[in-house]
Ligand binder design. Structure first.
Ligand SMILES: NC(=O)c1ccc[n+]([C@@H]2O[C@H](COP(=O)([O-])OP(=O)(O)OC[C@H]3O[C@@H](n4cnc5c(N)ncnc54)[C@H](OP(=O)(O)O)[C@@H]3O)[C@@H](O)[C@H]2O)c1
Length: 317
């Protein structure tokens, strides 16, 4: 894609979108990113007129209704309907406006639950989904299939889906009510350091393994995808291809935050699934792999946590 290409991003105010906009700005790549107030993807007519008027060369769909297990369990209707509606409104409007290039963001929740092997792209829809966020996952699978079907019906349209693994990084959500493992660990260790807590508890024995990639790496992958759109596979995992034990996140996190106390394992607490790992051979064959080490990623995330004032706000709350 040329330097003058017009790129439209949805979800520019979210964690993925803000990381993408930051990395893109550092490389002088211009991206148009209307907020949900400027362009509500639930409003089909508004989306249709916006795309017909703007006529971007490429659309990146990173908006969605995203939430933790509790929110997904409480409101499966909302997660299913909103993610499907946003996806289909945008993708059908892009097709109707004659936009030939689109990158849709999926999620590793599209894969069957409890898979013993690393998840390969062809495993999507090959088994039962995780019940705790099934509505969300069904919508993600359906939107990815819609992209596929559009290409199948008309090969001039290249609508491709990237499947990122779990992410952490700058612009993450650190509030314990909404946070994933990595920001939760950072916040917990920071509080423990500030309050001189002698021991931090870890749920279970800490051996469960999790694949978390630095969000800046996903931003790099999306920019590479825009650059080399023609060779980008239709469906591609974007992950580390390796994982770390929960204990590793605490150990490295403690070094970065400067927490010098002990860890105590609470074996009465649930540990969740033991492992969920993406197979990244397709991305490697395409010529991309994640570059940020866990140490560097955690350092950048902790700096954001301190500089953005999130640490102070949460400590005051
Ligand atoms: N974060 C992860 O660990 C992760 C991992 C794998 C895949 N993903 C995928 O990456 C995508 C983005 O995730 P994220 O973590 O960046 O989520 P996020 O931080 O919750 O951001 C969601 C974005 O979607 C926008 N949005 C929500 N409803 C909208 C609407 N009706 N119209 C227009 N925009 C709307 C939000 O805009 P407002 O803030 O203005 O409402 C926000 O910018 C999702 O597809 C998710 O499945 C994320």
């Amino acid at each position: 894609m040329s330097a003058k290409s017009k790129i439209l991003l949805t979800g520019g105010g979210g964690m993925v979108g803000r990381n993408l906009l930051e990395v893109a700005a550092a490389r002088n790549v211009e991206i148009i990113a209307p907020s949900s107030r400027e362009l509500d993807l639930m409003d089909r007519l508004a989306v249709s007129s916006y795309l017909k008027y703007l006529k971007p060369d490429c659309v990146i769909h990173a908006a969605g209704r995203v939430g933790g297990i509790q929110a997904n369990l409480r409101e499966p209707v909302l997660f299913l309907v909103q993610n499907w509606d946003m996806g289909q409104n945008l993708i059908m409007a892009a097709r109707d406006a004659g936009i030939k290039q689109l990158i849709n963001l999926g999620s590793s929740c599209m894969y069957p639950r409890n898979s013993p092997d690393a998840l390969r792209e062809e495993d999507v829809l090959s088994g039962a989904l995780e019940p705790t966020n099934e509505g969300y996952a069904i919508a993600k699978c359906a939107v990815a299939r819609l992209c596929d079907y559009i290409q199948r019906e008309n090969p001039e349209y290249h609508y491709k889906t990237l499947i990122p693994c779990n992410l952490y990084g700058r612009y993450d959500k650190f509030d314990p009510a909404h946070s994933h493992l990595v920001p939760a660990v950072i916040h917990k260790l920071h509080r423990a350091k500030e309050n001189g807590v002698a021991a931090v508890d870890i749920w279970g024995d800490g051996s469960a393994r999790r694949e978390f990639m630095y969000a800046g790496d996903l931003a790099n992958a999306i920019l590479s995808a825009i650059d080399r759109f023609d060779t980008l596979p239709n469906l591609m995992n974007v992950g580390l291809g390796h994982d770390f034990a929960v204990n590793d996140y605490y150990r490295v996190g403690a070094q970065i935050v400067g927490y010098t106390g002990e860890f105590e394992h609470d074996l009465t607490k649930p540990v969740g699934m033991m492992r969920k790992l993406t197979d990244v051979s397709r991305a490697q064959d395409w010529g991309w792999s994640a570059e940020t080490s866990l140490e560097d990623g955690l350092r950048a995330t902790y700096s954001y946590y301190l500089e953005s004032g999130v640490a102070n706000v949460l400590s005051a709350g």
